[in-house]
Design a protein around this ligand. Structure first.
Ligand SMILES: Nc1nc2c(ncn2[C@@H]2O[C@H](COP(=O)(O)OP(=O)(O)O)[C@@H](O)[C@H]2O)c(=O)[nH]1
Ligand SMILES: [Mg+2]
Length: 447
């Protein structure tokens, strides 16, 4: 009877899935492959429940102006051509419905919202309606944390002056943000400085280069930066102007993302462990802190979470499940998956975040959405279209590093040389990309 009721209730359910991870972590490929498997169910070794069938898959067009629609067929074509999907937007959404043979009658609606973890640094922008309060919050964070105070040194000194010039102020703030990026510090806000709305990230370079190429706002003439109370009083016109830009940014970038997060039924957190090992401990710390900040915001009694509640009425009511996913598992040797090292690293990295939401069911997964390598028998080598010195994109054998048993105390970029490969996906759209573990993640989030 209970299961009958649940199945009947499923008729009306809209399962809102939010997929996140830092830029480049594999969100777009994850969704492209998952949608292909649902669309062409039965073709791709994608198993749900005990012989459950998925049918009548239909893409539903979104009615809203934002977020941009997830262009699945374009991305699937990219994979078939041997290219990874191109970055076009920072966030996107795909809405669909399908039938499951274990559910009664009609279709289940499911939406996938994908957003980059880098936007989490705008949590305070979403939480504070008032520019002055946001300024005080950010500046107090800077002064309380040694690394931030150092990066912001010239800026903090400049804003003590009585008369401030907008251009100098913004230029010093951009330099602050550039230093934070180079120092792997996650609180880079407005986050479009690091990752703009077209999904492009700040290219590596010197502080001056990054500061001159990137923008701390929606456009060159729409930038803002935090001002302390005294500076706001001494420079009322400047403060008013910055407050206007702050409000527009809050409404256009920060609030919509947090609104979506607040309605999530399931959350999928992708962690790209090969690239964290390849990138060094700084990159790892940065990624882990972003994850902790996301869960802190979602914690019902956290300061920012409580403040967000005032604007986002659904906050926390709907989140049931969190899937932590070690993505791009095909870049790791299968031995390190069988001996559970990969999942072990994922668990260690995410355990603290998980405990912040004790009432939410969570699980860990190992997954490659577009499995593009083959193991070489008996040795720690893979065969794949390695993306280095391989203009003809041929399959080549190459060595892969052994995963550590636990996260090392320290490591440098290059200590774990994991290489990118080109995708290996069927040109026939009927056949979805090879995968590992994608169906298990789906089963969990759709259950
Ligand atoms: N080998 C392998 N590489 C992947 C996979 N998924 C993503 N990648 C790599 O990660 C890059 C970024 O993936 P993407 O999905 O665009 O990341 P996003 O920025 O989080 O949306 C791709 O260009 C690929 O190089 C996968 O399943 N296997
Ligand atoms: Mg993407």
């Amino acid at each position: 009877m209970k299961s009958l009721m649940r199945n009947v209730l499923n008729l009306r359910q809209h399962n809102r899935v939010v997929v996140t991870g830092i830029a480049g972590g594999g969100k777009t490929v994850f969704l492209t492959s998952l949608i292909s498997h649902l669309m062409e169910f039965g073709q791709g070794q994608f198993h749900v429940g005990r012989g459950v069938d998925i049918s009548d898959f239909r893409e539903l067009s979104g009615r809203e102006k934002w977020p941009p629609y997830f262009p699945h067929s374009t991305f699937r074509e990219d994979l078939a051509r041997g290219d990874w999907p191109e970055k076009t937007t920072d966030c996107s959404e795909f809405v669909c419905q399908f039938k499951r043979s274990d559910w009664m009658l009609h279709a289940q609606k499911m939406s996938f919202f994908d957003f980059p973890g880098e936007r989490i640094s705008d949590a305070a922008v979403a939480a504070f309606n008032d520019y002055g309060q946001w300024s005080d919050h950010i500046l107090s964070h800077f002064s309380r944390h040694h690394d931030y105070a150092r990066a912001a040194g010239p800026y903090l000194e400049y804003i003590r002056r009585e008369q401030l010039d907008l251009d100098i102020l913004l230029s010093l703030y951009r330099e602050t943000l550039a230093r934070l990026i180079l120092d792997y510090k996650p609180l880079v806000t407005p986050s479009v400085f690091l990752l703009d709305q077209h999904g492009s990230t700040a290219e590596p370079g010197s502080v001056e280069e990054i500061a001159s190429r990137r923008i701390a706002g929606l456009a060159e003439n729409r930038q803002f930066a935090p001002l302390p109370e005294k500076a706001r009083r001494d420079n009322p016109e400047l403060a008013r102007q910055l407050a206007v830009e702050y409000k527009i940014y809050r409404k256009q970038v920060a609030l919509p993302v947090f609104d979506k997060i607040s309605r999530a039924g399931s959350l999928v957190v992708l962690v790209d462990i090969p690239s964290l090992l390849a990138g060094g401990v700084g990159r790892y710390n940065d990624n882990r802190q972003i994850l902790l900040d996301l869960f802190e915001v979602m914690r019902p009694s956290s300061d920012l979470g409580t403040m967000l509640l005032r604007y986002l009425k659904f906050w926390q009511k709907s989140l049931n499940r969190v899937a932590f996913v070690a993505a791009k598992a095909d870049l790791v040797h299968p031995m390190d998956i069988e001996n559970r090292r990969l999942i072990g690293l994922l668990k260690m990295m995410t355990e603290r975040a998980r405990r912040m939401l004790p009432h939410v069911e969570s699980q860990w997964f190992v997954c490659s959405a577009c499995h593009s390598t083959f193991p070489v028998e008996g040795v720690r080598r893979l065969k794949g279209k390695i993306a280095r010195d391989n203009p003809d994109r041929e399959f080549k054998e190459y060595s892969v590093p052994e995963l550590p048993r636990s996260w090392p105390e320290n490591w440098s970029p290059g200590d774990y040389p994991f290489f990118r490969v080109y995708p290996d996906a069927p040109e026939n759209y009927l056949i979805p990309p090879r995968h590992t573990g994608l169906d298990q993640v789906f089963e969990f989030i759709s259950g």
